[in-house]
Write a protein that binds this ligand. Structure first.
Ligand code: FAD
Length: 327
């Protein structure tokens, strides 16, 4: 039997999170002829998720369904995944570096007495079969390669958007339904409340309007929100915008926030520091609006508008509203 690379499949509100599909694609590339890719699917009503996972490249899906697992729980999921790992001994476990993944992965690592490498941006096996886990270090001024030769499984988290979504791999995956024991005192699940703005809306949006510390007032943020809504997009921002409470932390873009790949990224009142741009540089088209013509963002933008956003954004809003039937 080939050793397995596992991908923890994160589902929310009836959808597989994009990062889980991206990780199946990356696991498929890593697996080559030497490993099998297994998706770890836990939750409730899981049947609709099986076919997309096989299409993405899973050779096998371990399915464990239980109503108590409908939403992620720190008191159940890590011990469940650790139980499974003890039983099946995977070589590698990949987890999306989402809020949930960042809770799950280190907890599983601690239960298995192994390590967890957070926020990997590249993963590959070297000639000796050692997994190289590459992470940004010292801001993003250096890349560190981390190997964990003495521990197994290797556990790595990867942020959404780092790897592309796989093309249809058309695998013929096997499905293994598991029966495991859950602690009876933890089986009551009451309710999960959905956030109105979720990080996934930012990650999955094809248009993102983002603001920086140049916005500075409620009226300005209301304008950006309106622009995002008119373009059927999502609102994001920089670290200072999150620190000052204009956007939730989950909507922050950059090295310590979300990595996005929208078709259109409109950066308003953002200087374009490296730590921010690393999260947005893969946008197909970048439009920058900044009153300082020397702002570094103009070096990376496909289109730059030098001017005060308080003048520019109302013009854009008016233009779009007048053409609304086209949008
Ligand atoms: C380890 C580390 C991790 C970090 N991670 C992140 C991260 O994940 N994401 C992130 O964003 N940052 C991150 N940062 C912070 C980052 O280095 C920058 O400080 C930050 O991105 C700058 O945010 P900003 O562009 O909003 O602000 P500023 O750099 O202050 O830029 C504001 C811009 O607004 C323009 N402006 C002002 N008024 C107007 C106006 N009326 N109209 C138009 N333009 C105007 C100004 O000309 C200026 O260019 C990190 C820093 C460190 C050290």
């Amino acid at each position: 039997m080939k050793p397995e690379i596992w991908v923890f499949i994160e589902t929310r509100w009836g959808k597989i999170m994009a990062v889980s599909i991206e990780l199946i694609g990356q696991a498929r590339k890593l697996a080559s002829q030497n490993y099998e890719v297994a998706a770890i699917l836990t939750g409730d009503n899981l049947n609709p998720f099986l076919s997309p996972l096989i299409k993405a490249g899973a050779d096998k899906i371990y399915v464990f369904a239980h109503p108590a697992l409908t939403s992620y729980r720190s008191d159940l999921y890590p011990s469940l995944i650790a139980q499974l790992a003890n039983k099946y001994q995977p070589a590698v476990i990949l987890v999306g570096a989402t809020t949930i993944g960042r809770d799950l992965a280190p907890a599983v690592a601690a239960l298995l007495y192994t390590g967890c490498v957070a926020d990997c941006c590249q993963l590959y096996f070297d000639a000796k079969g050692e997994l190289l886990q590459i992470v940004p270090a010292f801001g993003i001024h250096a890349m560190a390669t981390i190997v964990t030769p003495n521990h197994r499984p290797k556990i790595a988290t990867v942020r959404p958007g780092v790897f592309p979504k796989p093309k249809d791999a058309s695998c013929t995956g096997k499905i293994e339904y598991l029966s495991l024991s859950l602690p009876p005192e933890r089986l009551i699940f009451q309710e999960a409340i959905r956030e109105t703005i979720s990080p996934s809306s930012l990650i999955e949006a094809s248009v993102v309007v983002a603001g920086g510390s140049g916005i500075g007032c409620q009226e300005g943020w209301d304008m950006l929100q309106e622009l995002a809504i008119l373009l059927h997009g999502a609102l994001g921002g920089t670290r200072p915008a999150a620190d000052d409470g204009w956007i939730p932390e989950s909507q922050m873009i950059g090295q310590s926030g979300q990595i996005i790949r929208p078709d259109l990224y409109i950066a308003v009142g953002i200087s374009g520091d490296m730590q921010h741009m690393v999260g947005a540089q893969d946008a197909k088209v970048i439009v920058a609006i900044n009153k300082d013509k020397r702002a570094p963002i103009f070096q990376q933008a496909d289109y730059g508008i030098t001017g005060d956003y308080k003048v520019v954004i109302p013009l854009m809003l008016n233009f779009i509203k007048n053409k609304e039937e086209d949008f």
